[in-house]
Ligand binder design. Sequence first.
Ligand code: KG4
Ligand code: ZN
Length: 340
Amino acid sequence: MKILAIETSCDETAVAITNKEEILANEIFSQIKLHKQYGGIVPEIATRSHINELPYLIENAIQKSSIKLKELDAIAVTGGPGLIGSIISGLTYAKTLSTILNKKFIAINHLEGHALITCLTNKSIQPPFLLLLISGGHSQIIIIHKQFKYELLGNTLDDAVGEVFDKVGRQLKLEYPGGPEIEKYAKLGNDTKYIFPKPLIYNKNCNFSFSGLKTAVIRTIKKIDLPIKKQDTYNICASFQKTVADILIKKLLIASDKFTEIYKDKINIVISGGVASNKYIRNKINKHFQHTKFNIDYPPTKLCTDNAVMIAYAAYKRLSEGYESTLKFAPRSRWNINEK
Ligand code: KG4
Ligand code: ZN
């Protein structure tokens, strides 16, 4: 089954072509340099850029895959959640392509893409497994009971973890996005120099709250005499990153207990989304779980952040089970993973 997939939910324009589980093309245009000067994503600029870049990415993907448009079986696209203008641009393109080419059309939940991609890159991971999804828009813990059956164990009550990395980065005058910058500077810092709060940590559920942590870090930054010394930046980055890792570990431990109550012998935990590319956080989580029964797995870095391969793969799984969308599908800025 040959699928062309489009992902434009946020600030990456991405196109992939796959044939069943084989990746034939994976094209990504990152808009980071367009948004950098504003310190965050400007939705209007994102939409315009998706519209500009999509034709070139599709052309490149077709060339690299050596697949002719008429050979495709389906067009897949992210239908949400995300920035509405960005989603509309990809969705409209995909609907038009499927109409002109007379191909099947399927709209995919972006979160399902992040959730399932590890099943493609590591064949030993199959449902049921536990998923920690940490990105710029989401911080969720989900049980994937079986194909397309999701249970949301926990969610953020306020900011997403990646969003907080970006906001702390902005306060420290680091480049956008803050996540990779904070990881880089944290390597030079002392991660116990500052003690930051860990909201909801003693709460026995799997929900997160990151806005209190964000406020505490920003307050600390504002108290430092200007100009902020490099070492202060490094120490704040390291201490903040450690606090995030501690929170994630604590909530994962609660979630893994809940998972074990249902699936005694199942051991796989998958961590996906942009923040999952952070090596410090990976190492800390791995270390914590190394003497437990749990096996922790991550998609390769390139497939952790937004990409269209994950949309193509989820589409392949769904189309194989007979799912299809109609052209009436409306873009969704919000779309829970367990919602139809
Ligand atoms: O999954 P993703 O590419 O897009 C969304 O669906 O949101 O995630 C982007 C987020 C941004 O907030 C970015 O700062 C964060 O992932 N991120 C990181 C790292 N790389 C990306 N956060 C911490 N450490 C990183 N190395
Ligand atoms: Zn994402």
